[in-house]
Design a protein around this ligand. Sequence first.
Ligand SMILES: [Zn+2]
Ligand SMILES: [Zn+2]
Length: 248
Amino acid sequence: MATLHLLGTGAALSDPHRTTTMLAVSNGTSSVLVDCGGDALQRFQAAGLSLDSLDALILTHAHADHVSGFPLLMEKLWLSGRERPLPIYGIAQALGQAQRSFETYDTSGWDGLFAVAWHEVPFEEQAPVLETEQWTISASPGSHSVRVVGLRIESRSSGGVVGYSCDTEPSPEIARLAHQADILVHEANGEYPGHSSAEGAASVAKQAEAGRLLLVHLPPGDKTADVFAARTIFPRTDLGEELGAYPF
Ligand SMILES: [Zn+2]
Ligand SMILES: [Zn+2]
């Protein structure tokens, strides 16, 4: 059994109860965290996940609402006594942003700081990200103001699949990546260049033949009308719930 945890569901600016969009998948012993544009590990712990279970971090793109919490994440893991290296996966721009932001802090007094293993993901369709005994993860480009990748996360124990659009306009690459995913987590920031409306997300879910659609990266304000509009295109659409847990 694997579970998708929505650690945050907001846009960079969102409602008071939503933090920036971050998610994790976990089967209890192995967890993978996606993005850290806020206090990701506080949300990770609030979701009931143990810091010891964190096997990998994936960074989708270089924007602040997706990577700005990286130095804090490192500090927390160091304080937790982590010894084993942390593998971090992402396209070059996302990794570079995290590295630069971490280097602005003086960590010379962080005795015994664990190592980080940086793994660059090629910016191409259905690029392999990682394969472990628990997870098979691949990435495809989205269409945003900077380079970004969406993800396909397969639990090898349950066979379930989660697709994640990250920040993007409705994109055929993401629909192909999320083909027949049990859950598609898609942004619904609004109908702007580089982003999607709820209806746009629903059209991608329909194209992908996904099992259900969860809307994230939500701007401030009431979303009721957006959800109803999306359901006319893809009926199994819901707003992502802050700290919502979804088995897959
Ligand atoms: Zn972005
Ligand atoms: Zn964003």
